[in-house]
Design a protein around this ligand. Structure first.
Ligand code: IPE
Ligand code: IPE
Ligand code: MG
Length: 250
C-alpha cells in the first residue's frame, strides 16, 4: 500500500491549506444585511486569505466557493453567487497574476455559465507558469463526484487498453482526481462553527489536520489564518505510526 502524500520541507508550515468558507449568510443576517452582501464581503475575505497565505509561504490554497449541492439554494442566490464569481474572476485574475499566483479550478465546469467557463480558462492559461502560490478554486465541486469521475476515466482507459488495472494503486488513482497534480491538503479550515466536511475533498483529506473556528467567513483575517497555522504546527502527524518523539525515546 502506498504511503499518503506527506508534507516535505518545513513540517510546521502546511504546504496546502484547504478552506470551507462558511457563514456569509449568518454574517449578513446578524447585521440586518442581505445574504448577497454577506457573499460580497466573503469574496473580499477570500482575497485577503490568499494574500495572507502567500505572505506566510503557503504554496497551495484551495477555496471552496460553490459546492455541487449549492444549486439547491433559491435561484436568486445562485444567480448572485455566479455574478460575484464573474466579478471576482474579472477583477482578481490580473492582480493574482501580477503576484505570481497560478489559478486552478476544480469541479464540474460544464454546468457553469459559458462566459464564466471562458473566464476560468483565461485565468488558468494566463497564470499557468506562475510558481509563488497555487490558488485552487472549487466551483461546482463535490468530493463524491470527483471520485466517481476519476473511476469513470480510469475505466475508460482500461477498456481502451490504455491503462493496466493491476498497476493502479492509491498514488496513480490520485492522478485521475481533479486535483491530479496538486498535493493533498495538510490543513483544512472550516469557519462558522460547523464541523462537517460537506462533500469537500473527501479522498484528498484522508490525513489532513482539521481546524474548526466559530469565526464567520467574512470576518476571517490574516490573524485567524495564523492561528490555524499555529494549531497545525502543534499537531503530531503520525500517519498511523508512532510519534517522532516516541520513536526517539525508543
Ligand atoms: C458560504 O456561506 C458561502 C457559500 C456556501 C457559497 P453560506 O452562504 O453558506 O452562509 P451561511 O451558512 O448561510 O451562514
Ligand atoms: C459548504 O458550505 C460549501 C461552501 C462553502 C462552498 P454550505 O453552507 O453549503 O454547507 P452545509 O449546507 O452547511 O453543509
Ligand atoms: Mg453555509
Amino acid at each position: 500500500m502506498s504511503a499518503p502524500q506527506q508534507n516535505t520541507g518545513n513540517e510546521k508550515l502546511p504546504r496546502h491549506v484547504a478552506i470551507i468558507m462558511d457563514g456569509n449568510g449568518r454574517w449578513a443576517t446578524a447585521r440586518g444585511l442581505t445574504r448577497t452582501e454577506g457573499h460580497r464581503k466573503g469574496a473580499e475575505a477570500a482575497r485577503h486569505a490568499v494574500e495572507a497565505a502567500g505572505e506566510l509561504g503557503i504554496k497551495y490554497i484551495t477555496l471552496f466557493a460553490f459546492s455541487s449541492e449549492n444549486w439547491n439554494r433559491p435561484a436568486d442566490e445562485v444567480n448572485d453567487l455566479m455574478n460575484l464569481l464573474r466579478y471576482y474572476l474579472k477583477k482578481e485574475t490580473a492582480e493574482l497574476h501580477k503576484n505570481g499566483a497560478r489559478i486552478r479550478v476544480i469541479g464540474d465546469r460544464t454546468a457553469l455559465p459559458h462566459d464564466i467557463v471562458k473566464l476560468i480558462e483565461n485565468a488558468e492559461n494566463l497564470t499557468r507558469d506562475n510558481t509563488k502560490i497555487t490558488v485552487v478554486l472549487a466551483l461546482n465541486y463535490g468530493g463524491r463526484q470527483d471520485i466517481v469521475s476519476a473511476a469513470k476515466d480510469l475505466a475508460k482507459q482500461v477498456k481502451a487498453g490504455e491503462a493496466d488495472l493491476s498497476q493502479i494503486d492509491e498514488n496513480s488513482f490520485s492522478g485521475y482526481l481533479m486535483t491530479g497534480d496538486i498535493p493533498d491538503p495538510d490543513l483544512m479550515i472550516r469557519t462558522s462553527g460547523e464541523s462537517r466536511i460537506s462533500n469537500f475533498l473527501l479522498w484528498q483529506m484522508a490525513y489532513a489536520e482539521l481546524y474548526f473556528t466559530d469565526t464567520l467567513w467574512p470576518d476571517f483575517s490574516k490573524k485567524d489564518l495564523e492561528q490555524a497555522v499555529a494549531y497545525f504546527a502543534g499537531r503530531d502527524r503520525r500517519y498511523g505510526g508512532l510519534s517522532q518523539s516516541h520513536g526517539m525515546q525508543g
